[in-house]
Design a protein around this ligand. Sequence first.
Ligand code: FES
Ligand code: FES
Length: 200
Amino acid sequence: MASTPIQFVVNGRALSLDVGSHHTLLDTLRDQIGLTGTKECCANGECGACTVLLNGRAVTSCLVLAAEADGADVLTIEGLATGGQLDRLQQAFIDKGAVQCGFCIPGMVMAARYLLMTTPHPTDDEIKAGLEGNLCRCGGYSRIVEAVRAASDSRTSTPGPQEAARAATESRKNAPWLQEAARDSRKNAPRPQEAAREDK
Ligand code: FES
Ligand code: FES
């Protein structure tokens, strides 16, 4: 079966893998890297259980081909805690009793993380809109909204867009092959004058 070599950063760790050309990012995270915190449920983009951040944006990883993550920066639920300390959002979900069976929670937390990066102090309506792609079969939505509100009220550990961009740059520094790849693609790119000449 055809496979594609990819290099990417997952939770700050640079990885090189061969991925099946038909494999999704979700397959690779769970089956090749062993990060099973990201859940598979519908596998067609409907439930949000597989939400991760790809280059700082929330995506449903069941709809992203693993090969498309080549050169990317991926953050999963396992990458939130630092030094054994839960992230503020994770702690708020526990404190507010927002976790029932827990199956939807990793996706909810990652979607909420993206929401707080883009809207640091959301209203309840904005929280509901931000999480509308994430389904909870246990139906504990009001506590989930409460948890996100609580995390946004004491938002010191959830990075804003600039902090997230800084973190992505830092993790790229730990992955020299990303810089080499960027250098190589610049080398191979035609100069503007050459491109103009070829256009004539
Ligand atoms: S498993 Fe990806 S959206 Fe449901
Ligand atoms: S807590 Fe059970 S599906 Fe959401």
